[in-house]
Structure formats: C-alpha cells, structure tokens
Write a protein that binds this ligand. Structure first.
Ligand SMILES: Cc1cc2nc3c(=O)[nH]c(=O)nc-3n(C[C@H](O)[C@H](O)[C@H](O)COP(=O)(O)OP(=O)(O)OC[C@H]3O[C@@H](n4cnc5c(N)ncnc54)[C@H](O)[C@@H]3O)c2cc1C
Length: 301
C-alpha cells in the first residue's frame, strides 16, 4: 500500500485499523477489491474518537452488512467503518418505543419486537442488513418501510461530533433518503404499536413466501433496480428476455429477474456489465430507464 493510502493515525488506533481488507468478505455478492483501511469501533465513543483523529481528507465508506453494495474490483480508497458487531444496542424505552444502534441486524429487530409484543416490525425480518443500512436506504418490504417508524436518529459528523436529528431533517422517498451531508447514522429511536397477538409464525410465513419467489441463499444483493413508478423492474427485465442472461459468473436470476447472482467466481466487473446490459436492453425494448437500487462504489480494477 502506498504512503498516500496510509494516513498518519493516532497510536491508539494505528494498531487496530486493518489495511488492504478484501471487501469480498464483507458484501453479500462476495465481490470487491481491498479497502485501504478497515475499522470496527468498540462503541460510539470509540468511533467518535477515531473520526476526530482521522485526517479530514481521508474518504469514508460506512458499511453495515454489505447487502446492498457493489464494491468494484479495485477496492475502496480511504477508510471503511464497519458498524456490524460494533454498534449493537437494542433496548426498549417505553411501551411502544425502542432504541436501536446502527449495527443491529434488521432480523434481530424483527424477532425482538415480536418478543416485546410490538409491531408491525415483521418486515425487517426479510432485510439482511443492519439498521444503519436500512436508514440509509429506507429499506422496506411487504408494504412497510424503515422511516415510517423513525422518531429521531442519532448521527456522527466527519469530525466525530454527535447530533440528534428529527424526521423533518430528511427527504424520504422510495429507497432514498437525503439528509445533511457528511453525517452517518449511529442509531435511532423507532416507534411501533402494541401487537401482543403477533408471534414468530408471522415472520416464518413471510420468510417462506420470500423463499418461493426469490433466490434466497444464493449470492446477491436483493433487488438490483428500483421499481419505476407504476411498473415492476422484474417484469420489465423478464419481458426483455433477460432471465438467465450471463456474463462471466454473474447472471440474471431465473427465479426473480431483478436479482443478479454471483455463481461463485464473478468479479464486480462481471456484475456491473450485467447491470449495464439489462439497463440498455430494457431501455431499447420497453423505453424504460432502470435505476439501480444497489450502491456501486470503489475503483475499477
Ligand atoms: C437476499 C436479499 C434480499 C433483500 N431484500 C430487501 C428488501 O426486501 N427490501 C429492501 O429494502 N432491501 C432488501 N435488500 C437490500 C439490503 O438488504 C437493504 O438495502 C439493507 O438495508 C442494506 O443494509 P446493509 O446494512 O447491508 O447496508 P450496506 O449494504 O452495508 O450499505 C448500503 C448503503 O448504506 C450506507 N450505510 C450503511 N450503514 C450506514 C450508516 N450507519 N450510516 C449511513 N450510511 C450507511 C452504505 O454506505 C451504503 O451506501 C435485500 C438484500 C438481499 C441480499
């Protein structure tokens, strides 16, 4: 790694920051080149201290479970902040309100809410990411979405200062969230209703339904494209005859046309080439521009 890629870090962090970490180990597509720096904080205070001492010019990528990220084969310049396994507090604040840190997996929120008799939180069960990723994406399923439940969020800015923001500070849309620049989520307070009748069978049923229609268990990032207004991306892709379309070891799923599968040896470039081909083919055959839901980051090989 070049000196330029290895900034001066305070001694307490120099030993704990990993270098040249393969992002293929941290994304559900199992592709992606190395991150220059990779940091897993001990807790929020530790993360704030890390940000305070990190030179301002080092770019940041915040990472949850990497279930909505295509990291290119050349990897990430700068520092990756990994919240999973780090910011893990999940607590009940009142009869209907909970506190969740950004690294908590959505599936855990769903299960714990059922135990507390709170809902509707079952939709979180099918989202294989963290709360931080769900806040960044406004992740949703089965007619519900993350920000419908947000009361307030806690964020850190680039200098490690903590702020509490209200929903009004954000523009929330379908799989988009626009808020103040250079701030990232460390947690949120979420509101649900008392639903003592809901049990884990409800979650199991929803997950079973998903298994019937989606290639769960294969390497993917879920739906690659957002649904254009009034249309279904999967149907548009299927109508364009693209199910099974393959480049290298990446292909459009036969089971759900909005999923692209890495069959084991795909590169990020293979996946990106399939994405581009699908966009061009759907535009040509149906006149519709598909926009990616998945976030594409990093340098080409
Ligand atoms: C099989 C499968 C099924 C899926 N089904 C659904 C579904 O039904 N509905 C749905 O909405 N999504 C679905 N997804 C996509 C994905 O799980 C969601 O988008 C999820 O919210 C991403 O969370 P993550 O923690 O993995 O985020 P990552 O993939 O790690 O990151 C996604 C984006 O969020 C940013 N980010 C992550 N953490 C933070 C933070 N703390 N603060 C600020 N920004 C942050 C990242 O920088 C990146 O831009 C599915 C994915 C898979 C693999």
């Amino acid at each position: 790694m070049s000196a330029q890629r290895s900034p001066e870090l305070a001694p307490e962090f120099a030993a704990r920051v990993l270098h040249d970490v393969s992002m293929a180990k941290h994304t559900s597509w199992h592709v992606g080149g190395p991150a220059d720096l990779f940091f897993t904080p001990r807790d929020v205070m530790d993360l704030a201290s890390f940000l305070r001492q990190l030179p301002a010019e080092v770019p940041l990528l915040w990472l949850g479970l990497g279930s909505n990220l295509l990291v290119r084969d050349g990897g990430i310049r700068g520092a990756v902040i990994s919240t999973h396994g780090a910011l893990g507090v999940l607590a009940r604040l009142s009869a209907t309100r909970i506190q969740v840190e950004a690294g908590v997996p959505c599936a855990r929120i769903a299960r714990q809410c059922v135990k507390w008799g709170l809902g509707p939180a079952e939709f979180f069960a099918g989202i294989p990411g963290t709360l931080g990723g769900a806040l960044a994406m406004n992740a949703g399923a089965w007619g519900d979405e993350t920000w419908r439940h947000v009361v307030e969020v806690d964020v850190l800015d680039r200098r490690g200062a903590r702020h509490t923001r209200s929903v009004a500070d954000y523009e929330i849309g379908y799989r988009t969230v626009k808020g103040p620049d250079n701030e990232w989520f460390i947690g949120a307070r979420l509101e649900f209703e008392r639903t003592p009748e809901v049990n884990t069978d409800a979650i199991r049923e929803l997950l079973d339904k998903r298994k019937q229609t989606q290639p769960i268990g294969e390497w993917s990032c879920g739906s690659v494209f957002t649904n254009p207004p009034g249309r279904h991306a999967a149907r548009l892709i299927e109508s364009a005859g693209l199910k099974g379309f393959r480049i290298g070891d990446a292909s459009v799923s036969e089971k759900h046309a909005n999923f692209i599968i890495n069959h084991g040896a795909a590169s990020a470039a293979d996946i990106e080439a399939v994405i581009l081909h699908v966009q061009q083919a759907v535009k040509k055959s149906q006149g519709v521009t598909l926009t990616t839901e998945v976030r594409i980051v990093g340098d080409p090989a």
